[in-house]
Design a binder for this molecule. Structure first.
Ligand code: NAP
Length: 468
């Protein structure tokens, strides 16, 4: 039986690698998810069967199976119900569960270790406590992230929070050394209890000051911490699958975190120090007197009818309006009239990495039509019209020319370079960064004040009536 278990773990490991490979392309991402999911299912089923054959069926085994079934049903329901714009909340909720698991495992295994023999294996204890501390930090930090994203908790930035964050981190690192060198006398169970409490409180104060717009970065970091905790738990249990799975999650999370920081031109330290103050900083950045020029659905449809090449620049508002299917319809109508259409995607448009890619893939937009920002930024003048739909920060020239702006230095889509820019949004609300958008005052820019869905269906209707 053991050999079968090992083989299924090996197959699962391969499925994770293949799954990850597929996840790097929007076209095959779904397939990648399914492959990795099947591998994980195989590993779980093999583990349960192995436990059945390994000895008498205990109440624990039955509880484990009930928990797996309950978790599967609840997880599926939550994922099905979650709106795309609420995805970061869902991820932080799942993170909290993973971190909580590592915390509980640490407490239970710590007790076993302490009672198992008179001489405690200190190396094993330190690995276990590290996994538990990382898990506890991820657990409480993810709960705070969840509450902030749901708008139930505001950023808390006080000197007390930042000092306690540093003191707690230092205490967590130093305490195991003090115990190892007999400077502080604690039993293993006491040590685990103290470290567990310190790490849980640390998770809270670590996330309290981080600004709302930086939450996706923190969630990705907490996700990678959960992976590291799993890998460490795998070392404890000599479980290769937990080690490899944990390493995949840990490293993918770190890479994603760094990529997001790069796309926003922020250092990770800057994010973690809670230096993104959004609207409050925005008000310090130079307020520009702008003359706003309005356009109408009819005027935009007429201009589109005479264009040769059109860019669609989607943003968070498109996701809010759920107007992605209308985007595809607009593309089809324009193409039926011989007009070239490209979608230009900013890496941090929306509220999570790949948000726009997922949204447009859902509406069957062909992958060839999706252009990365860097790919087309120096050819923006070749577009007759750029239609910015529910995007704001990612097209804001303040990122290039206003050094006092909090988004200064963030790479943007140079929509202002196209011959005409039309921004579809409901009013003059600012974007996530809470700053004025200098694009709106440019000579070649007009605003169409409407919900993205209403505007797009209006334009499509008008275009269908235009014949030329
Ligand atoms: P944005 O700057 O947040 O702007 C979205 C705009 O959509 C708003 O100005 C809003 O204006 C408009 N809007 C909202 N609902 C709408 C509707 N129903 N119809 C039409 N328009 C609507 O969005 P973005 O340009 O996509 O930029 C993303 C921001 O999130 C960036 O600051 C980025 O740094 C941040 N962020 C993203 C990630 C990520 O992973 N994607 C991670 C961290 C931070 P009105 O209310 O006036 O309509």
């Amino acid at each position: 039986m053991t050999i079968l278990l090992e083989v299924s773990y090996f197959l699962a490991m391969i499925s994770f690698i293949v799954g990850l490979k597929f996840l790097s392309s929007p076209q095959f991402a779904k397939r990648g998810n399914i492959i990795a999911g099947l591998g994980m299912t195989l590993a779980i089923v093999a583990t349960v069967i192995h436990a059945f054959y390994g000895g008498p069926v205990t109440i624990n085994l039955i509880l484990i199976i009930v928990a797996i079934l309950l978790g599967t049903v609840l997880g599926k329901r939550m994922s099905d119900k979650a709106e795309m714009t609420k995805m970061p909340q869902l991820v932080s909720y799942f993170n909290a569960m993973g971190g909580g698991c590592a915390l509980l495992l640490g407490i239970i295994e710590g007790q076993q270790l302490a009672h198992g023999s008179t001489e405690v294996d200190r190396t094993a204890a330190v690995i276990l406590m590290t996994a538990m501390m990382i898990g506890a930090t991820s657990f409480s930090g993810s709960i705070v992230a969840y509450l902030k994203l749901s708008g139930k908790l505001k950023d808390i930035r006080t000197p007390l929070v930042s000092i306690s964050s540093r003191v707690l981190l230092l205490a967590m690192i130093v305490l195991p050394f003090l115990v190892s060198f007999d400077i502080v006398h604690l039993t293993l169970i006491q040590e685990i209890a103290v470290l567990g409490v310190l790490a849980t409180v640390y998770g809270l104060v670590f996330v309290f000051p981080i600004g709302g717009a930086d939450m996706p970065v923190v969630i990705s970091l907490l996700n990678s911490l959960t992976g590291v905790a799993t890998a460490l738990a795998g070392i404890m249990f000599h479980n290769l699958l937990m080690i490899s799975g944990g390493i995949f999650v840990g490293s993918a999370g770190v890479l994603l975190t760094l990529l997001m920081c790069k796309a926003m031109n922020r250092s990770l330290w800057n994010v973690l120090a809670g230096n993104f103050k959004g609207a409050s900083i925005g008000s310090q950045s130079s307020e520009v007197e702008m003359e706003i020029k309005r356009t109408s659905i009819g005027e935009l449809a007429t201009n589109l009818a005479f264009a040769n090449k059109v860019a669609i620049i989607p943003g968070y508002g498109l996701a809010v309006a759920q107007a992605q299917h209308l985007c595809t319809q607009l593309e089809q109508v324009l193409e039926s009239k011989g007009i070239d259409v490209d979608y230009i995607i900013h890496p941090v448009a929306g509220r999570m990495p790949g948000h726009m890619n997922v949204l447009l893939a859902e509406a069957d937009v062909h992958y060839d039509k999706l252009k990365e920002m860097e790919e087309v930024n120096d050819q923006m003048s070749s577009y007759d019209i750029s239609i910015v739909i529910g995007a704001n920060d990612v097209v804001n020239p303040a990122a290039e020319n206003d050094s006092s702006s909090p988004i200064y230095g963030m790479p943007i889509i140079k929509a202002y370079d196209s011959r005409q820019v039309v921004v579809i949004k409901r009013g003059m609300s600012k974007g996530y960064a809470g700053v004025e958008n200098h694009l709106f005052g440019e000579d070649n820019c007009t605003l169409l004040f409407a919900d993205a869905k209403d505007a797009l269906s209006g334009i499509i209707g008008e275009l269908k009536t235009v014949s030329f």
